[in-house]
Design a protein around this ligand. Structure first.
Ligand SMILES: [Zn+2]
Ligand SMILES: [Zn+2]
Length: 411
């Protein structure tokens, strides 16, 4: 087998985890497996209890906030003990699948993959596949992200908070234990300054500065964004807060707040926002991801619609290059041909992330798939307490075939 389930006596905090038995390149398939449970309705879950017991997947021992919540949720079930067991296994081990990632799927081996904010693999829970998104060496730990792509762009503190609340662990990945690569302040040299021990240090010219004014401006912008996110504001006030946040983000185009403003609110405008999302994803994550794929395709449609044919063609090519790795295709041409064939079927979202809690299994609102995707991408996967306000309705998207025709791609 290309992947081994192992444990390491010197690193007990890893539990049972996955290790690569050979080297892999981006796009390579490491594993494909059948699920133990594919949960669409909670009523179906109990039937899988035996299979889940045999698999011996991770469930935390003892008391914890999550376990207490799960206990409360299952207390009135006919068989509360079994219900609690199944619900805990699903809570800590499932991946999102289906349209909008609302179904919860548990796999026997994939569930062993640990989280990293710099993952080397991606799970497609619809297909049951584990695919490399970075080069992997023999013996390296195989990691996936439990956060969705937008979640990986949150600052270290917010990522730690989400992971702690939802999965009850402290992430010790490389991104969480060195300087925060999402808080990027522009330097006069054109490079990015990152916070380091309470000061700012430019990655390019290495100039170090106190940065207290910038930290203050950042905090204010973050508060404005938070207020806009709350959904409690009148439209006019929300716009006002977005504008205040934009005053900061327009000066720091690679900052995590710029990403959030663009991705969640398409602010200041859809085209600039999508460009910003793509730039920041590339800069920080440096790996192909579902959000880059969807944003790139949408941007290509938008550009083509606005008559910008060459940029549209470029955006589509880039999106296809991402899809080539994520779907394990042999060439960009193969991806483009397939997109021509499947123009009515949107790609599923939330492929990389583990799922939220059972409350994610709610009837789907009647929205077009673009809005749905944007919402799914904007919302932290894990336990979104605050509902993300709907993004401004995008202009009705051109069909890919139209775009392809416009940019001169043969179907
Ligand atoms: Zn991390
Ligand atoms: Zn500099």
């Amino acid at each position: 087998m290309a992947v081994a389930v192992v444990s390491d006596a010197e690193q007990p905090h890893l539990g049972k985890f996955l290790r690569a038995s050979k080297a892999f390149q981006p796009g390579d398939l490491l594993l494909r497996e059948e699920p133990l449970l594919r949960l669409r309705r909670w009523q179906d879950a109990l039937a899988a209890a035996n299979a889940l017991r045999k698999a011996q997947l991770f469930v935390p021992e003892g008391e914890s906030p999550s376990m207490r919540r799960l206990q409360q949720a299952t207390a009135s079930e006919a068989d509360p003990e079994t219900a609690l067991f199944v619900r805990s296994v699903v809570h800590f081990n499932s991946f999102g699948a289906g349209p909008s990632g609302r179904e919860q799927v548990v796999f026997p081996t994939l569930a062993r993959a640990n989280h990293s904010c710099l993952p080397n693999c991606l799970v497609d829970a619809d297909l049951g596949t584990l695919r490399a998104v970075r080069p992997i060496t023999i013996g390296e730990e195989v990691t996936v992200s439990y956060l969705d792509d937008a979640g990986l762009l949150m600052d270290v503190k917010s990522r730690q908070k989400e992971l702690q609340e939802r999965y009850e662990f402290r992430c010790q990945c490389r991104r969480c234990t060195s300087v925060d690569d999402t808080r990027r302040f522009s330097c006069t040299c054109g490079g990015d300054q990152l916070p380091e021990r309470g000061r700012l240090r430019c990655q390019q010219c290495e100039r170090s500065s106190e940065g207290s004014e910038l930290f203050e401006a950042e905090e204010k912008a973050a508060k404005s964004l938070e207020a806009a996110r709350s959904g409690d504001l009148e439209e006019e006030d929300e716009g006002h807060e977005l504008m205040k946040c934009h005053r900061f983000t327009s000066k720091h185009p690679h900052h995590q707040l710029t990403f959030a403003l663009a991705n969640e609110f398409a602010f200041p405008d859809p085209e600039a926002s999508q460009q910003a999302v793509l730039t920041i994803l590339d800069l920080v994550l440096q790996m192909p991801c579902q959000l880059a794929l969807e944003t790139g395709r949408d941007l290509a449609r938008r550009l083509a619609k606005n008559g910008k044919e060459e940029p549209a063609r470029k955006a589509l090519q880039q999106a296809a290059a991402v899809a080539m790795v994520l779907d394990g295709k042999s060439s960009i041409e193969e991806v483009l041909a397939e997109w021509g064939e499947t123009r009515q079927r949107p790609v599923a979202v939330s492929k990389t992330s583990k799922t939220g809690d059972m409350e994610s299994l709610v009837p789907e609102e009647e929205t077009n798939w673009l809005q749905r995707q944007r919402k799914a991408a904007a919302k932290p996967t894990v336990k979104a307490k605050k509902s993300t306000p709907p993004a401004p309705a995008p202009a009705s998207p051109a069909q890919p075939a139209e775009v392809l025709a416009k940019v001169g791609m043969a179907l």
